[in-house]
Design a protein around this ligand. Structure first.
Ligand code: ADP
Ligand code: MG
Length: 690
């Protein structure tokens, strides 16, 4: 089977030793499969000859040249070789800085293929970076001087030359193992290339049209299998049967009565949809979508209270320990008075305490267990787990979800996300989940006012924020990076913390928080912020997830053009959670693109996550689709959910049709795509499979 071939490590390939393998590893490339799916980030068309006479302003030149003579120029206290050359149209000179050894190859009178980008200086066309290869009348030109060549993302000391050679070699030795994955009929119906052909063409295209065709074929295949998988999961889930139940409503009613407010329409609707699932004859797999602050947590706790009232247990899994604690406190506040036994499982527990907790859990003395993915490590056993609630589930890796499987449980599953996913997408990529949407915000929330500011007016923003501090409010400053880096102009949290505390707001207590801090430190900074001891937080996007401080009324995001719409939206959701009018300041730098401007404009105009997601889709921003693709919701190799949206829709009827004609496809017949899907978005499947 070729899949096994492709899982071999790249060190088994000729010419890849430990050092090179390490550079590859930094890009996540371990196996043949990884390497073969390491796609070019761009291409250089070297299929057309361009003579020296057309070479100016760093225009590419591709020609056959003859070496005329050598001379020397001063360079770094010594000399550098200068080679005078000409082709049929004009003369040029090659400046060989640090490459004096070229005098032995670029010998006067000999002919070479030449590729480079030069400039006219002192009246002559000069090249300081260029590639050459000996010209042979009788032999065809080497690929680097006659074809479209790939330009790959690099790491370490890898060069384009090395990586091209490695991939070309791999294609030669592995292409025979790669089976075509798109059914024959579709190949002709949709004019697609068979998979091996498409892979060859995407790396080393024979023409721009063939390359585009290759990419389309690969993306088509990827989407096709995505649809199949989603459909397969849905069918599988439909096949599981259980006895319908009817849960008592006591606890649920008491919880509702204890609230100082009424549920919003969106919450009402979601609660009744979830309740129907919980009591139905098949397991629930439902995605609850709702903007930050729309009241998802409460909705989930209402679901939990039903199950608990029925004498069963519920688990609430969240992405970080910080959030676990916050949720535990919130749940305790709402439910403990009603007699619900709540426990928090966290990493910092002493062994003895942990054991006590686990014993109580197994004995059914805990009703609701809250924690991170640690909830599903092997020694955690429930007596009767009825409902699993997973908050911001896209932040959990596939592996964590897998460990649930091993426990062989089929509880009801409620996934919650604040990532607004446009309906067009939920229908296709989450076709196996039922969906509830909370599209109403609790009354009385004032929409956050968003201001856009050019870098030049940063000081004014700082002043506006100071006014908020003077009113007793708190705030956030968010930066795209943790630390200063020479290679980047971007402001970073660490340096800006220094700057803000020393220059801008001396004497006002501040905290710094980012992912590289130890857990306890993060915790104590957050605690101080929650209690008001710290007035503002300087951070990276770690504040994105779920932090809730009602007194925080302002947020400054610098280099806002660097963030995707969904990240901005999520960040902004951290403020405006209290009674005070809240503000977000999006500071953008001069390098902002038109698309970037459009994104920020949407942020200014709307606070509605779904509208933002739809707009995001329209602009088709930089592969962001509401942060979906990067967030790990779904990992696609060839496709870009945003750019390839049309194809995603085109493949759906194709998949339906093929399934109708060949239902066998549902059970097997996975190959390269299977590999893809194993890294991909499995939700219900893993959990229900067990
Ligand atoms: P989410 O999890 O969707 O971000 P939360 O469940 O954390 O939102 O709710 C945010 C805040 O709104 C909480 O303090 C919660 O108590 C409150 N809340 C929830 N539902 C309502 C409602 N219907 N009316 C008023 N406040 C509500
Ligand atoms: Mg929440």
């Amino acid at each position: 089977m070729f899949v096994r071939e492709l899982t071999r490590p790249i060190t088994e390939l000729k010419g890849i030793g430990a050092r090179t393998a390490e550079w590859y590893r930094r890009m996540g490339i371990i196996t043949w499969f990884d390497l073969i799916t390491h796609l070019p980030r761009s291409y250089e068309d070297r299929s057309v000859r361009i003579p020296f006479s057309k070479g100016y302003d760093r225009q590419a030149v591709l020609t056959v040249m003859e070496v005329i003579s050598h001379s020397r120029i001063r360079f770094k206290g010594g000399f550098a070789l200068k080679v005078m050359v000409r082709d049929e149209t004009a003369a040029a000179s090659l400046l060989c800085f640090g490459r004096n050894f070229l005098k032995n190859t670029l010998i006067p009178g000999r002919k070479f293929y030449f590729y480079g980008r030069g400039q006219v200086q002192y009246g002559e066309l000069q090249f300081s970076s260029f590639e050459t290869a000996p010209f042979r009348e009788e032999a065809p030109p080497p690929p680097e001087f006659s074809r479209i060549i790939p330009v790959y993302p690099l790491a370490g000391q890898l060069t384009q030359k090395i990586i091209r050679k490695d991939i070309a070699g791999l294609l030669r030795s592995s292409v025979k193992h790669i089976r075509n994955e798109v059914p024959e009929k579709l190949l002709s119906d949709y004019s697609l290339l068979p998979t091996p052909e498409a892979l060859k063409e995407i790396h080393f295209p024979s023409s721009p049209a063939r390359r585009d065709g290759a990419r389309r074929s690969l993306v088509f295949g990827e989407f096709f299998y995505l649809h199949l998988t989603v459909r397969r999961r849905a069918l599988k889930r439909e096949a599981v049967r259980r006895t319908a139940v009817s849960y008592p409503r006591n606890l649920n009613n008491r919880l509702l009565e204890s609230l100082p407010f009424r549920l919003t329409d969106g919450q009402e609707r979601s609660v009744s949809e979830i309740t129907a699932d919980l009591e139905s004859g098949k397991p629930m797999a439902r995605l609850l979508q709702g903007d930050v602050g729309s009241g998802k947590t409460l909705t989930a706790l209402l679901a939990a209270s039903l199950v608990i009232d029925g004498g069963r247990q519920a688990a609430f899994m969240v992405p970080t320990e910080l959030l676990a604690r916050q949720h535990a406190e919130e749940s305790a506040r709402l439910l403990e008075a009603l007699g619900v036994r709540i426990a928090l499982l966290h990493g910092g527990m002493r062994r003895k305490d942990r054991q006590l907790l686990l014993d109580a859990l197994a004995a059914g003395e805990i009703d609701l267990l809250i924690g991170t993915h640690a909830l599903f490590t092997h020694d955690v056993a429930f007596r009767d787990l009825g409902l699993v609630i997973i908050d911001e589930q896209h932040r959990f890796g596939v592996l964590q979800r897998l460990s649930l499987t091993k426990k062989g449980i089929t509880p009801d599953l409620l996934f919650m996300t604040a990532t607004p996913i446009p309906r067009t997408l939920t229908m296709t990529i989450f076709g196996d989940l039922d969906i509830s949407v909370i599209d109403t915000m609790p009354p009385g929330r004032k929409p956050v006012i968003t201001h856009l500011a050019a870098e030049a007016s940063r000081e004014r923003v700082y002043q506006a924020v100071r006014a908020e501090f003077d009113r007793g409010r708190q705030g956030y400053f968010v930066y795209p990076r943790i630390e200063f880096s020479d290679s980047s102009e971007l402001k970073d949290a660490v340096s800006m913390y220094e700057y803000l505390t020393q220059q801008v707001y001396p004497g006002i207590p501040a905290g710094l928080i980012h992912s590289q801090l130890p857990q306890e430190e993060k915790q104590s900074v957050m605690d101080a912020f929650s209690s008001g001891a710290i007035v503002y937080l300087v951070s990276t996007t770690v504040v994105e997830v779920g932090v809730h401080v009602a007194n925080a009324s302002c947020m400054v995001i610098e280099h806002a053009e660097r963030f995707g719409l969904s990240a901005l939206h999520q960040l902004r959701g951290r403020v405006g959670r209290g009674a005070h009018q809240a503000y977000t300041f999006l500071i953008f730098s001069e390098e902002i693109t038109d698309q970037g401007k459009q994104r920020l404009k949407i942020m200014k105009e709307s606070c509605d996550g779904f509208r933002i997601a739809e707009e995001d889709l329209k602009i088709r921003g930089p592969g962001d689709i509401a942060g979906l693709q990067q967030s790990g919701f779904i990992q696609l190799i060839y496709a870009d959910l945003v750019g390839d949206l049309d194809l995603l829709h085109e493949t759906l009827p194709a998949a339906r049709q093929v399934l109708k004609e060949d239902p066998g496809l549902l059970s097997g017949a996975y190959s390269l795509c299977r590999e893809v899907l194993q890294k991909a978005p499995p939700f219900a499947e893993e959990l229900i499979d067990g």
